[in-house]
Design a protein around this ligand. Structure first.
Ligand code: DAH
Length: 350
């Protein structure tokens, strides 16, 4: 080694020792920054020493340069390592101050809509009685929507005020009943089907009406299906869906496609029959229209009305969901507001 480089090499060595110590022992970020400035800063000890290399005799410069770079690398690495360590310590300190007993906020991942759940439950209960779940088209001809069901086209239900016409003789179905005719045309008895699906009516969208709404149609046809089978199927459904304490009664009504026709009512699920605002003081709530299939419907689809009998029913699952959850306004079911829906989400939601 050349003699001329000796003093500078000595200084570089002590810068190395002192610099490493200062950087490694810096207690906090402030001390670390001070040490960096002191040794690596623009007028720091190392920077100054490196600046002097150029003033050495040419033969001495390589040794001094090599040592200078080595010290610079060591100090920079020590600075980086200590900085990382201090950051880690700060994070750990912060974490130890967090309240880990606070319950977490789980995101809402969605769930089955309350009306869909009611539909699935109703179809499953009728499934226990041998009913199959089928679907039909939402765009229907007047023939299926009205004529096949013994509804004359001058009947108020066919009036343009209630029905959305898409074209001459083509409508958005106003109920799921037209699927009765489609199923009977496609299958010989025995027939037992439940038909959920959307229906459309020119109704105002208010607290108890929606222009598009779900219905579930039911149809059972075979030889010897009588009123007793009809009544017991309905009873079974009501007890399974609403609970064993809930009673059923049939009130005479009229539908063109059933004879006799009835309105099925259940004892009020809110007051138990004593009378309240939900049942308007009567103790009973209407849940569906039903009856024995009118022979005219069998004739329309080519079934022999002398040989076959059956019953049919139709209900609105949104209304049933409203009863079940005591929802004050049917529109809540259509707005898709997660703050509302998450309260009623099925077990897969939440
Ligand atoms: N289709 C009727 C409606 O939308 C409901 C209905 C009543 C369906 C009696 C039926 C029934 O199958 O037998 O108002």
């Amino acid at each position: 080694m050349s003699e001329g480089a000796r003093p500078l090499l000595g200084r570089l060595e002590s810068i190395e020792v002192e610099g490493l110590a200062a950087l490694r022992e810096a207690e906090d970020e402030e001390a670390l920054e001070a040490a960096r400035v002191r040794f690596l800063g623009r007028s720091g000890a190392l920077t100054e020493a490196l600046g002097e290399i150029g003033g050495l005799p040419a033969a001495d410069r390589p040794d001094a340069g090599r040592k200078g770079n080595e010290v610079k690398g060591l100090l920079e690495k020590a600075h980086e390592a200590r900085a990382a360590e201090l950051r880690r310590e700060a994070r750990a300190r912060e974490a130890s101050q967090r309240d880990l007993t606070l319950p977490g906020r789980r995101p809402f991942r969605g769930g089955t809509h309350p009306v869909t759940r009611v539909i699935d439950e109703i179809c499953d209960i009728f499934g226990e009685l041998g009913f199959t779940r089928v679907r039909g088209p939402e765009v229907e001809t007047e023939w299926y929507n009205f004529t096949a069901l013994n509804i004359p086209l001058d009947h108020p239900a066919a009036d343009v005020h209630d029905t959305f016409y898409l074209d001459e003789g083509v409508v958005l179905r106003t109920h799921t009943s037209p699927v009765q005719a489609r199923v009977m045309q496609a299958h010989e008895p025995p027939v037992r089907v439940v038909v959920p699906g959307l229906c459309y009516r020119r109704d105002a969208f208010d607290a108890s009406h929606a222009p598009a709404f779900e219905q579930i149609e039911g149809l059972a046809v075979d030889e010897g299906v009588d009123f007793i089978e009809f009544r017991s199927a309905i009873d079974h459904f009501v007890r399974r869906f609403f609970g064993p304490e809930v009673k059923t009664r049939l009130r005479p009504d009229f539908f063109p496609f059933t004879e006799p026709s009835a309105q099925v009512e259940v004892s009020c699920t809110i007051c138990g029959g004593a009378g309240c605002s939900t049942c308007k003081g009567t103790g009973w709530i209407e849940i569906m229209g039903a009856g024995m299939v009118d022979p005219a419907v069998f004739e329309a689809v080519g079934y022999d009305p002398e040989r076959y009998t059956g019953y049919a029913f139709g209900m609105g699952p949104a209304r049933i969901a409203i009863l079940r959850h005591r929802i004050p306004d049917i529109r809540l079911l259509y707005e898709g507001d997660v703050r509302f829906l998450r309260q009623l989400a099925g077990p897969e939601g939440g």
